[in-house]
Ligand binder design. Structure first.
Ligand code: PLP
Length: 444
């Protein structure tokens, strides 16, 4: 709570244009979170709200962890800002080393951004520049997937595959194509863990490569597990096959780990659990446990090396942000990493996976409209059939009623997604599913 602000006085909701929100509906029926600690938010009336979504897939260490809060506050009093263009400060160097140590080899270099969207656009630009630097400047085509979410920059929007995020904003980047997604409820409904069917969808990449000619393609970007589109999982072998096709044709593979990074699936990164190493990895969110905005792009040794071949005094990458390596964000990230490591949070999703899975799948009978339940690590999704003529209405009702019941969930269309802080205990898991079950039982 900002010092001096009296939250018992009415707050005018007019001026803040909220992102990805039905603003008029929200203003008529606001949901305002005023404080948070551990696994719980409190709303402006002081009611506890159990956090079933780690904020927005980001507060992996839980809320208001004293170590993180103190690190940020101390850093603010020591060095509030430092420029990192031709100038430096110690913390981003320390943080990059720490991140390198938990990343898969050979992702040995880290470029800092302020968000997932910026991480994605940074990785796409590095991919284009890398090919150009090697004399393959004709490789300008970027391949994403249908239903993908890669943030809201023009690059991420263009490779993204959610129609509403694209159609309002013109054509986006000119040379983009999309693979099909791997959500296949007809064959995989109610699978536990990775879905058994759909590995053949990786062959889409071969088809698209042949259509455009391999020598025109710069990179493929994929969320190993997509969250924003409603939790879409890769069939076993799918990512391996994508990796093989990329290698065959000299195409870079980028994993967008903005939601899967920092322990969400039981390893520091999904790349490690799923056994496929990309050429670049985009991250954000859990990097600071959501406490200060920050993103990071992990870059392989061979990509980084290519940029280091010019004259020593020449700038190697004409790209960056005023707040790249911001001291407060670095302090938050270092304290978050300490917390993750000391509390074993990178592997906690593995320990709890089965308990989580059983509780989630037990919801199947809670409501006749449930058409699928999906899970992996500490991620879960319950998909409802859309109400005829009103897609998204059931999903919104779940969000609204869960909030009033004391549970924060995330909804995309009619899919309810869950991703609790990794400090979640079995009793919290029980509470999440019992509240969600009660709410689902009321959905007509
Ligand atoms: N990429 C993925 C996979 C995401 O899930 C998100 C956000 O949910 C983003 C990128 C965008 O991140 P941000 O909202 O920090 O820009």
């Amino acid at each position: 709570q900002y010092a001096g602000l009296n939250l018992s006085a009415p707050v005018s909701l007019d001026a803040f244009w909220m992102p990805f929100t039905a603003n008029r509906q929200f203003r008529a029926s606001p949901r305002l979170l005023a404080s948070a600690e551990g696994m719980y938010y409190r709303d402006v009336e002081g009611r506890p709200i159990l956090d079933g979504t780690a904020g927005l897939w980001c507060c992996n260490a839980g809320h208001a962890r004293p170590r993180i809060v103190e690190a940020v506050s101390r850093q603010g009093a020591t060095l509030d800002f430092a420029p990192h263009f031709q100038m430096g400060s110690p913390l981003p160097f320390v943080l990059a080393q720490r991140l390198k140590a938990i990343a898969p080899r050979p992702l040995d270099h880290v470029f800092f951004t302020n968000s997932g969207s910026e991480s994605v656009d940074t990785a796409l630009k590095i991919a284009l520049a890398w090919h150009r630097m090697r004399g393959e400047g004709q490789r300008v085509r970027l391949i994403g997937r249908e239903k993908a979410y890669h943030g809201v920059g023009f690059g991420g929007m263009s490779v993204g595959g959610l129609p509403n995020n694209r159609k309002w904003f013109g054509p986006g980047l000119p040379a983009v194509d999309h693979l099909r997604h791997t959500l296949d409820i007809a064959r995989n409904a109610f699978s536990r863990g990775l879905p058994p069917h759909g590995v053949e969808l990786a062959e889409d990449l071969e088809r698209i490569v042949q259509l455009h000619d391999p020598s025109t393609i710069a990179a493929v970007i994929i969320e190993p597990i997509s969250g924003s589109a409603g939790v879409i999982l890769p069939p076993p072998g799918y990512l391996q096959r994508i990796r093989e096709i990329c290698d065959r044709y000299g195409i870079l593979l980028i994993f967008d780990e903005v939601i899967t990074g920092f322990g969400r699936v039981g390893a520091p990164f999904a790349a490690q659990r799923l056994g496929v190493v990309p050429d670049m990895m985009t991250t954000a969110k859990g990097l600071t446990s959501g406490c200060v905005p920050m993103g990071a792009v992990f870059v392989s040794e061979r990509i980084h090396e290519a940029f280091m071949q010019g004259p020593e005094g020449a700038i190697d990458l004409f790209h960056g942000y005023t707040y790249t390596g911001h001291p407060l964000a670095c302090a938050a990230a270092l304290a978050a990493l300490d917390t993750y490591e000391e509390e074993g949070l990178f592997t906690r999703a593995l320990e709890l996976e089965e308990y989580w899975q059983e509780g989630l799948h037990a919801l199947r009978g809670a409501c006749p409209h449930i058409i699928d339940i999906r899970n992996y690590g500490l991620i879960g999704a319950v998909e409802l059939a859309p109400r005829p003529g009103a897609p998204g209405a059931r999903g919104y009702e779940v969000l609204e009623r869960a909030f009033r019941r004391g549970l924060l969930v995330r909804v995309t269309g009619d899919t309810v997604a869950l991703s609790p802080p990794l400090i979640v205990e079995r009793t919290h898991i029980d509470d999440i599913f019992s509240m969600l079950g009660e709410v689902l039982a009321t959905i007509q």
